[in-house]
Design a protein around this ligand. Structure first.
Ligand code: SF4
Length: 435
């Protein structure tokens, strides 16, 4: 009987890559792997947890407890927990939830494999079996972060920045392309600083110049750009290289000088304003995604109003907002009292998202009648769902294609014309199949 394992991957895409690296090693040993199947009949389960903020931690703990029940009822035999939550709270978890067979932190792949009686295959470093739809994959280019943002526990969990050498990333990209991947989504904690720890200079542009040469890759997407240290050459490449999506994710967190200072973001408000302006000037059609954090200690109403005004003026194409949750051992937790009530935090987040909804509706209306290269991600009921180069999977707008004379294939590119638009979704008809 083929051994079977279920991997529950919580949290961000960087965690997903870790889960996929585990899956690759386990499959190489002849196991069958299932992802995120909460009702699986596997006897062995690994939960890759998130420990970033309160809600994510709660979700991880609830997931562990739900599998403890399955273990108690004999549905599963082995339960292992890995990732950010257990990296951060291993001792507490071992005491409070002892029913888990073993807890592992981040970067403990060989130890987990040992528990599963599987030899760690170093030669698989350049290879990865993906869990995403076969036409797109995340490429994690570095681990950890050297920055010291007051609210963030990631450097405490994932450590200092460690860039993955260009030649290994290239091998991974070629391997993914051979598996049919057409869209590579570059991720890290801080993409702008890629390479500095390894090459003593920023190397994101050099990496991109290599990745655009990989046969089969048609879209390269950049996530988690930090507002400083971004090489001019990266913007040049985005402008001139058709394979690099005219899409950028820049989590700015806030715009008020007072709040940015307390957040220890290490730059002026003007740095963000100038960077956004430069992107929009150099690449007018670019889609900009950002993430904001409201309710950080010391955020006065005037600071929040400045943020609202900035969101209104900047007209971000995509935007997400979090409310501050105090994370122990962070500079923020040690320095500031978390005095803003959750009620006010939620109200500020809601106001931002209401404003963004009107902006997104307006921007989407302007797309009606226009044509876009679109990749098909999935079929849902009677319609197909796709994305343009201006939309990243799982977080951005989707293109809905209700019916078509064309035979539609998942993972294929088509030219579509937008016929209707809502706040966050676009409806389109296919006008051409693209090769
Ligand atoms: S850049 Fe700041 S917010 Fe992002 S991972 Fe690093 S410390 Fe955290």
């Amino acid at each position: 009987m083929k051994k079977k394992i279920t991997i529950i991957s919580l949290g961000c895409s960087k965690n997903l890559v870790d889960s996929e690296n585990l899956s690759t090693q386990v499959q190489a040993d002849g196991w069958e792997v299932e992802f995120d199947n909460f009702i699986s009949d596997s006897k062995t389960v690994v939960i890759n947890t998130c420990g970033f903020i309160h809600d994510a931690k709660q979700e991880s703990i609830n997931t562990i407890l739900s599998f403890i029940d399955k273990k108690k009822s004999g549905k599963i035999e082995n339960l292992f927990v890995m990732g950010c939550l257990s990296e951060r709270y291993k001792k507490d978890l071992e005491k409070e939830i002892p029913e888990v067979d073993s807890y592992f932190g981040v970067n403990h792949l060989p130890d987990i494999l040992k528990k599963l009686k599987i030899d760690y295959r170093k030669e698989l470093l350049g290879e990865r079996k993906i869990s995403t739809p076969s036409h797109y994959a995340y490429l994690k280019i570095s681990e950890g972060c050297n920055r010291t943002c007051s609210f963030c526990a990631i450097p405490l969990i994932r450590g200092k920045q460690i860039s993955i050498p260009i030649e290994i990333l290239l091998k991974q990209a070629q391997n993914l392309a051979q598996q049919g991947v057409k869209e590579l989504i570059l991720i890290a904690q801080d993409l702008s600083s890629y390479g500095y720890d390894l090459y003593k200079e920023y190397k994101l542009a050099d990496l991109l110049e290599e990745l655009v040469k990989v046969q089969g890759i048609e879209w390269i997407r950049l996530h988690y750009i930090y507002p400083t240290n971004l090489q001019k050459k990266v913007i040049e490449l985005m402008k001139n290289e058709p394979k690099i999506c005219k899409y950028i994710d820049i989590p700015i967190q806030h715009i008020s000088q007072n709040v940015l200072k307390n957040m220890r973001r290490g730059h002026q408000s003007s740095t963000i304003r100038n960077l956004i302006k430069r992107f929009k000037t150099e690449i007018p059609e670019i889609a900009i995604r950002t993430t904001l954090l409201v309710g950080f200690p010391g955020e006065e109403e005037v600071d929040f109003q400045e943020l609202m005004q900035f969101v209104s003026q900047s007209k971000f194409d995509r935007l997400g907002v979090f409310t501050y949750s105090e994370e122990e051992d962070t500079f923020g937790a040690k320095k500031f009292k978390d005095t803003i009530s959750q009620e006010i935090k939620d109200l500020r987040a809601e106001k931002i998202m209401q404003l963004q909804q009107t902006i997104s509706f307006e921007l989407n209306q302007a797309k009606i009648g226009k044509s876009f290269k679109t990749i098909i991600d999935r079929k849902e009921n009677s319609y197909f769902v796709g994305r343009t180069e201006f939309d990243s999977p799982e977080v951005d707008n989707e293109i809905i294609i209700e019916n078509s004379d064309f035979e539609i294939e998942i993972g294929q590119f088509y030219k579509v014309e937008i016929v209707r638009a809502e706040e966050f979704d676009l409806y389109a008809k296919i006008t051409e199949k693209l090769l």
